[in-house]
Design a protein around this ligand. Sequence first.
Ligand SMILES: O=C(O)CCC(=O)C(=O)O
Ligand SMILES: [Fe+2]
Length: 509
Amino acid sequence: MLSQQIRTKKKKLLEELGEKRLPYLTPADTDFHQLWKTKYSKLIFRKSDTVPEDLHQMVQESFLALREHNCFFQDLVRIKGKDFLTPVSRILIGNPGCTYKYLNTRLFTVPWPTESYDIKYCSPQIHDACKALMRLNDYLHIETVQALQGQNLLENKEIKDTAVIDRKQSFAASLTQQESVSKDQSSVCVSEDDRTLKNRTSYNLTLLNYMDPLQMLYLKQEPYFGMGSMAVSWHHDENLVERSAVAVYSYSCEDSSVQESNEGELKGRDPAVWHVGLKVAWDIETPGLAVPLHQGDIYLMLDDLNMTHQHCVLAGLSPRFSSTHRVADCSRGTLEYILGQCELALQNLQSGSDSMALSLKSLEAAVVKQVEEIHNEVEFEWLRQFWFQGKRYLKCTDWWLKPMAKLEEFWRKMEIMTSLVLSEVRKEQQIEEQRNETISCFLLLLKERQKLRKEWTARCQSDAAESLPEDQRPECHPFWTDDDECNMPLPYDLEEVIAYLQNLVQWIE
Ligand SMILES: O=C(O)CCC(=O)C(=O)O
Ligand SMILES: [Fe+2]
């Protein structure tokens, strides 16, 4: 649905609700487990005592170490064209070179220690923390696979049963078995199911959240059910592989002296305790669910739960960390991908015989379009996203600095390529069909570039941006003015270039 329609629908619902609130259940309600089983069955909960004690210890120490080293940051996200600072502070940890985009913000992983990568951390504790979270990731992966197998969520029941038997044998043994009966249809499907299972559970990163409610001046109130203060508003998780699971480890630093309100005494959820809230999307019939989360509890959102339902995080009174493991859709989100794109674009650039004069190999519309698209992608999805987050990544590791410098070098070459297209266009030549097509494509992409540059300049100058401490303040980079001696072939502001091309297009038509 279009976001405008969603907004209208949401607004209408809230107006209809007025002072009334929709019902929701907590463990204090008799129907709680029945509702969970029937309407929220793909939400899996594991109490802290099911998790190995040494893992708890490692993970909890990591959270505290990362907080100690000031590695958590509020994100300056953009929703419906407005800038907001998230109440929770975050850090992304995961596979080297991976990114995760949410609410128009691309977060870059602090890499966890991965074989064959030489990663330098700012302190040994940060290294240990990343390592511990990778161990938690492995643990949650196994838990998720088991939960999915237990839930009959694989396509075909019969095949699923075979798969379970297979997994009970050693990996090597099951491989041999599959080979020996490879002509057997069901066995082929088993491996397909295995692949599906792997694709939907191989968490490649975790987004860590931290919030101390007592430090927050204002928290939004949950609007539909009256569930109280929210740390994270209702949402679907974005940018995930379709039907992939999400696993969350929750660590609220509960003080044993804080008295929990007696069960049954209160109406609704206990405001002292952290909860995850769930609702069925676009459904006001089904009551909501508020599940209390205590120190070290885990929950999983399996299969399409994240699509059919929304979730939110309801704040308690104590500071709380969570580690949310995801299968990010990295098809356009890895360093490897964007470097590959840049190399593709630069294939259209050639240096002449004197090796100084640069020129373009092709002026074909499709080629120019592809190059200018990649130019926009590297500028707005990578360079500006990265520098917008200030120097935050340097708190943990310098891992991204080199790749960013490389991407900027590529981008500079693409600025030259854009200027070369422009000078070709300026040459008065016989006007041919192909040239018109090239100019229109080119113009469209420059307009997009200009629009996005304006948006990013504004984003860097918002009140929220300027309220941030110096070391977190967004940097509008790359940025240059006409007097800068930076040898840029084109101005930052493309207004005049666009006006010129616009004119040309009109004249041709
Ligand atoms: O902290 C949690 O329990 C979940 C947070 C969440 O929903 C998110 O970060 O997307
Ligand atoms: Fe979420």
